[in-house]
Design a protein around this ligand. Structure first.
Ligand SMILES: Nc1ncnc2c1ncn2[C@@H]1O[C@H](COP(=O)(O)OP(=O)(O)OP(=O)(O)O)[C@@H](O)[C@H]1O
Length: 362
């Protein structure tokens, strides 16, 4: 079931929570709505669900207008961060709940319900918990049961609002891998709200990056990570170093280094910032090519198999971070306080006028 979001607007008093958002979410895909706190992700999800009415715009499921359909008629399944299971019911009864409360004519037989619930519990790999109560499960297990419960009524679309937000980092990381595998099996069109970039990039087929109620960029995880459309997306999707640059007729210069920027071929002597991720900086112990960026090693941090260097250059306000493998680092033989030279392996140059305000919130 594909989802179309067509020019949706939503205000809360004077505050614009969703600002003319249009999206096409393809059938069978897992789409992440990613953005900082307050960017309008949950409001948009609730409008798709029918839990919130938009001021204007339309929601379609598979070409059919849902704008005026009640939430109970839209066929959506939900999993929320704190979507508590019924405490007084066993796991089995919780998952069966949506089926047992169906009107008699639509309700499956007891045996059919039993089969379906046990199949779902196998799917979420918790069939052995059927007779337990929620209090006897871990937080991660409870969320998997909440997902099984949402799937029991065969929703047309599955909406997840920070489903793993309350869990600790390790369980969260396990569950997102598990969700990805589960989605590969069931292929229900799903929309997933998160403010965690890693989670969005790892789990989803498509990422929609939101900010101030608007869509900044949408695309596959690779597209948004490798080709951020603007400075906001660049900063939001991971650590990034900013170098002061000067752009003139398709060439950016950072100190002695020149980088081709054909997209800015008609710029004349403009101030710009070059965005370079820590793993995209090559660190050299000497300036053989003669045009690398001069720096001083300020700190060396070994993190498991990789090494993060902090370096000072006159072309950046902040310390520059560079990441490499331990093996590469040993080859350089650099010590704290040494001179080093930097070359970007990949960069993106934005003119100063394109600059967005810094990311605030989470
Ligand atoms: N019922 C409401 N009444 C007034 N303002 C609201 C209401 N619901 C949301 N808002 C405001 O709309 C903005 C967007 O909220 P929303 O929950 O959609 O953001 P979000 O991106 O999901 O953030 P978070 O990650 O913090 O949940 C916020 O500034 C919020 O305070």
């Amino acid at each position: 079931m594909s989802i179309r979001v067509d020019r949706i607007n939503k205000r809360f008093n004077d505050f614009i929570a969703v600002d003319n958002v249009s999206l096409d979410l393809p059938e069978g895909q897992l789409t992440a709505l990613l953005g900082p706190s307050g960017s309008g992700k949950t409001t948009l999800l609730r409008i798709i669900a029918g839990l919130e009415q938009a001021d204007s715009g339309h929601i379609e499921f598979h070409g059919q207008d849902q704008t005026h359909e009640h939430v109970s008629d839209r066929g959506v399944g939900f999993v929320f961060q704190h979507y508590a299971l019924f405490k007084h019911m066993t796991v089995f009864e919780n998952v069966a709940y949506g089926l047992t409360v169906k009107p008699r004519r639509e309700r499956p037989s007891k045996e059919a319900i039993r089969k379906k619930v046990m199949n779902l519990l196998e799917l979420v790999q918790l069939d052995w918990t059927a007779h337990r109560y929620p209090a006897q499960l871990s937080g991660g297990q409870r969320q998997r049961i909440a997902l099984a419960r949402a799937l029991a009524v065969e929703p047309k679309v599955l909406l997840l609002d920070e489903p793993f937000g309350a869990l600790d980092a390790k369980v969260r990381a396990e569950l997102r891998r598990w969700l990805r595998r589960l989605h590969d099996e069931i292929h229900v069109t799903s929309v997933f709200v998160t403010h965690d970039q890693e989670e969005a990039l790892e789990v989803s087929d498509r990422v929609v990056v939101m900010n101030n109620g608007r869509v900044e960029q949408e695309g596959t995880p690779e597209e948004v990570y490798d080709h951020p459309a603007n400075p906001f997306v660049y900063r939001f999707l991971g650590n990034v170093n900013l170098f002061h640059a000067r752009v003139h007729e398709g060439t950016a210069t950072i100190g002695d280094l020149s980088v081709p920027v054909p997209e800015h071929h008609d710029s004349q002597e403009q101030d710009a910032l070059a965005y370079i991720r820590p793993h995209e900086i090559e660190v050299l112990a000497s300036n053989e090519s003669g045009d690398a960026i001069h720096a001083i090693v300020k700190s060396i941090l070994v993190i498991g198999p990789s090494v993060r260097l902090e370096l000072q250059t006159e072309h950046s306000k902040e310390l520059i971070q560079a990441e490499m493998s331990k093996h590469q680092f040993r080859g350089l033989g650099l010590l704290q306080g040494d001179e080093a030279w930097l070359r970007p392996m990949q960069s993106k140059v934005f003119l100063q006028e394109d600059e967005a305000p810094a990311v605030s919130g989470s």
